[in-house]
Design a protein around this ligand. Structure first.
Ligand SMILES: [Zn+2]
Length: 370
């Protein structure tokens, strides 16, 4: 196996290559982009945040809220809400319940909302619909089942902003800990047509209330009709998730829940069991490599961490039973799903026209400041 000198990436990942001096393409990209992100002095950070605040306040709307933000109870989104609170902005917080949230993430959300006194809305997905969608994606054999959750929250927030004329959506997406993207592991999150295509083949119920978005609608409302701006707030400071966790603990008595995105049981089991076993995907390689580059952990620590089992070995049966029961799958059905060859999302691609618009929209997205 060929591995990178500095991170954990290796040639089990299709997109991996060694570029020069033993460094992989992901490390080289990081070094090139790092010049612009995350190297701020304290004064620059304060001025970045104040400029953002100023720009937001200069564009008021009738909703009474300055901006809208999604809160999952995980580190990144919790830290965004903390920053908005410190800036004395008045966001509307949107939290989604897809039926899989862990107790810890719900407690985290409650603690944050109690202290900040921010207004919030909880989007509760229709469980029967969402279950049918998740089952359809499992049967379809594609690796990015999480896009269902991402699509729902993203669409709901954008639709809310459109309806209420809110100009700013603040996100916890950040370069520091999420800078590498592996296209073969995922799929775009903004296209309900893709979801519909898979569901039509493998689903049973009619999908009525699930939030929907389409690339053209997104492009039209964001760029032309409503001019909505996304702010990846964590890119305006030197984001470090370990430091963020400490601050959240101090301020809100916030609790850590283990692995990245393990605030949801589905994610925990999916990343810890289905992805490695069926797709030979170990997301920890990607995540730890980002943390190494962001100087949050050493490579030596990461090598030790990756030797650990994905899930607590003695709990795997318990987790699996819970997962299957919740999705109404028998052990036999699950074994068949796991034994089938993985499929690509592009096997269910739909819309050439939308893909064109998507590329165009991506090109026109500019960094908000500087
Ligand atoms: Zn590397």
């Amino acid at each position: 196996m060929v591995s990178c000198k500095e991170c954990l990436m290796n040639d089990s990942i299709t997109e991996f290559k060694i570029v020069k001096d033993g460094l992989c393409n992901f490390c080289i990209d990081w070094k090139n982009n790092k010049k612009n992100i995350g190297n701020f002095t304290n004064d620059q950070i304060s001025s970045n945040l104040l400029s953002l605040k100023e720009i937001i306040l200069k564009n008021p709307n009738k909703s009474g809220y300055d901006c809208v933000v999604g809160l999952s109870g995980g580190t990144d989104s919790s830290y965004v809400v903390y920053q908005l609170w410190k800036l004395k902005l008045n966001p509307l917080i949107i939290h989604m319940d897809n039926g899989w949230n862990s107790k810890i993430s719900n407690q985290n959300i409650n603690k944050i909302l109690e202290k900040t006194k921010f207004d919030y809305k909880t989007l509760i997905l229709n469980w029967e619909e969402f279950k049918d969608l998740q089952r359809a994606f499992l049967y379809a054999g594609v690796p990015d089942i999480e896009l269902l959750t991402d699509h729902a929250i993203f669409s709901y927030i954008l639709n809310y902003a459109i309806e209420n004329n809110i100009k700013f959506i603040i996100s916890g997406v950040n370069y520091a800990t999420e800078h590498s993207v592996i296209p073969s592991w995922g799929w775009r999150k903004d296209d309900f047509s893709h979801i519909k295509k898979i569901h039509k083949k493998y689903g049973k119920l009619q999908i009525k209330s699930f939030p929907k978005m389409y690339p053209f609608k997104k492009f039209f409302y964001e760029k032309i009709l409503k001019k909505i701006t996304y702010i990846d707030l964590l890119d305006y400071l030197n984001y470090n998730s370990h430091e963020a966790k400490k601050i959240l603990k101090e301020e809100f008595d916030w609790n850590d829940y283990g692995g990245k995105h393990h605030e949801s049981f589905f994610t925990k089991f999916f990343q810890g069991y289905i992805l490695p076993k069926k797709f030979n995907i170990d997301k920890r390689i990607l995540h730890y490599s980002c943390l190494i580059r962001n100087k949050e952990i050493s490579k030596e620590d990461a090598i030790e961490m990756i030797k650990l089992p994905f899930l607590e070995t003695q709990k795997i049966d318990e987790y699996k039973n819970f997962f299957l029961k919740k999705l109404n799958l028998s052990h036999d059905e699950f074994d068949i799903i796991m034994s089938k060859n993985p499929k690509k999302h592009s096997d269910y691609d739909v819309n050439l026209y939308d893909n064109f618009i998507f590329k165009l929209a991506k090109k026109s997205v500019k960094k908000f400041l500087g």
